[in-house]
Design a binder for this molecule. Structure first.
Ligand SMILES: N[C@@H](CCC(=O)N[C@@H](CS)C(=O)NCC(=O)O)C(=O)O
Length: 122
């Protein structure tokens, strides 16, 4: 079972690589403004999770530089996700708000809707 899962994971990564979206290119100032906001976010994820791949492709397509955190192989990050987010489920977007509160947003579709609402992406 582990071998099958590994093979499927490699296929997902290969397909993602071969069909990788082209990142949007912005004026430096516009990109810097977005980078300043995305610096307050991080994505807890697994490399081969298809839902995580879906979100990572959106990040790439829209040139959103959000830190990726490996919640499968890094025990501390995994524990942090469970302790603070409430579930060991990925993808999960950690968002630090201006008032220093933290939101843990689960569900790939909800994460993409949120990012589109924040950055007015096409
Ligand atoms: N509906 C969720 C599905 C997410 C999901 O099933 N993620 C799996 C990995 S692909 C997971 O976190 N499983 C928990 C675990 O493996 O501990 C989404 O779209 O984000």
């Amino acid at each position: 079972m582990a071998v099958i899962r590994w093979v499927l994971g490699q296929i997902i990564l290969l397909l993602d690589f071969l069909t990788s979206p082209k990142p949007v290119v912005r004026e430096a100032e516009a990109q810097k403004a977005i980078d300043d906001v995305t610096a307050t976010m991080s994505l807890y994820q697994f490399a081969t999770c298809p839902f995580c791949v879906k979100v990572r492709r959106e990040l790439k397509r829209h040139s959103l530089n959000i830190e990726l955190r490996d919640a499968r192989n890094d025990a501390a990050l995994k524990a942090e996700l469970v302790r603070e987010g409430g579930r060991h489920k990925v993808p999960c977007l950690r968002i630090e708000k201006p008032d220093n509160s933290v939101e843990w947003l689960y569900e790939s579709s909800d994460i993409i809707v949120y990012l589109k609402s924040q950055f007015k992406l096409g």
